[in-house]
Every structure is written in C-alpha cells, then in structure tokens.
Ligand binder design. Sequence first.
Ligand code: GCO
Length: 263
Amino acid sequence: MSTKLFDLSDKVALVTGATHGLGLAMARGIGQAGASIVINGNSSQEKIDKAVAHLKNEGINAFGYRFDVTDEKAVVAAVAQIENEVGPIDILVNNAGIIKRTPLAEMDLADFEQVIKVDLVSPFIVSKVVVGGMLKRKAGKIINICSMMSELGRNTVGAYAAAKGGLKMLTQNMCVEWAPHNIQVNGIGPGYFATEQTKPIRIAGHPMNEFIVSRTPAGIWGDPDDLQGAAIFLSSKASDFVNGQVLYVDGGILATIGKPSNE
Ligand code: GCO
C-alpha cells in the first residue's frame, strides 16, 4: 500500500482554536504528515506564537494568525491574508469550540447563544469563506470537530450538545453541496480526552471521572495524540471517497450501553 495515500506534502492546513489541546495535537499530526500548518487562536498572540514555535521545533512549517472565528469580516480578512502569505488552504479543521456546563433550566440565554455561536456558527462562517477557493480549485478537505454530544446527551451540557449535534448535520449538508466539486467534508468525534476542557471533571474521585472511565470500554481518558491518525486520514487522499461521515475516536464509548457498576 502506498504511503503516498497519507502524504500531505505541499498542502496548507488551517486549524482553528489550535493553540493547545486537541487542536494543537491534530495540527501537529497533520504537519508531521507534511502539510504547512496555520494555527488560529483568539486568546492571546503569546499563546499563538508558543504553539507555532512548538510546531517549528518539530520541523513543521507553521504560521499563526489571531482572529475571532465568530466574526465573519475578521474571517474574510484573515483567510485572504493567509492565502496571500502562506498559500491556498487545502485542509480546514474547524476545531475552535467552547463549553458551558449549566443545567438548561438555569442557563442564561446569552450563554446558550455564545456556545451555539462558537461551536456551530463559526464552522459555518469559516467553511463558507474557505470553500470559495476550494470550489475554484475543485479540491479540498474540511474536518468538523464534533463530539460524543453529537450523538448523546448529558446533564448540564445541553447548549454544547445542541451545537455539536447541529455540527454533525452541517457536516452532512456540506457534503451534499460540495462533494460534486471534489471537496470532502467529514467530522471527527472525540470521546473523552485529557484536555483543559475536561480538566474540571477529570479529577480522581470526581463522580464524572469515575463515570467516564467506567463508560469507556478502553477504561482510560484519551490522549490528544490519539486523534492524529483520524485527522491525517480525513485530510489525505486516503479519504477521497469518504464524505459526510463522523469518525468517532472514543475508546469504544458509543459501542456500549455501559456496564453495571459492580461489574
Ligand atoms: C463534558 C465533556 C465533553 C467532552 C467531549 C466529549 O463535559 O461532557 O467536556 O463534552 O469535552 O465533547 O466528546
């Protein structure tokens, strides 16, 4: 089997929300497969610069751009700058996301809307801006980072689940409209990973920590690097006939109804 199938040399990948965590891990994997990596963040230029330096230290051709993925004008300007300074974007990973853990009955409308805006509207905005060039070139890869909450509900994460469930369907609709132009749009659905986002619930003895470990057939929290294979696959020639799918990287969570606590 040709390893060229997974070779991303000469490709440019934009990964949003990639200064840390899952986004940076996926960016590193795609970069190690040969792509030039464009890191996006909106927190601080220092965090962006640190992430870029981290990638460069691994021999990856990396760049960093700070812009708000929920601001369409800012995205239009940033994508134009990136495509001018780095090159046409071949691969887009819509990873930027937030979570707010609040029971729905207590959740402020502003908080609900903010989660939807970042986790669902921004992938639409960034994809809409980037796909213009992909349509002209009749080639492109878009990967939307979904979640277990694209399939399952959990108490206190209703806004996040609504966004991630919507992102799964947005992925399928992007496939329908853009597949005829040789653009593949898929999702990655991470299970429970050891990141800053899950830090508050990943504490020994915390009910959620024990629950997740028991609910995951692999019996562990995922390592962000476990997502690199899926990211490389869905960015590469190897997935040219894969479209509209969500690839779950979850240690088996979605395969099981769970097990009795005393087992
Ligand atoms: C939570 C977690 C999850 C994970 C991930 C699972 O509070 O349940 O933060 O949302 O972050 O999204 O796929």
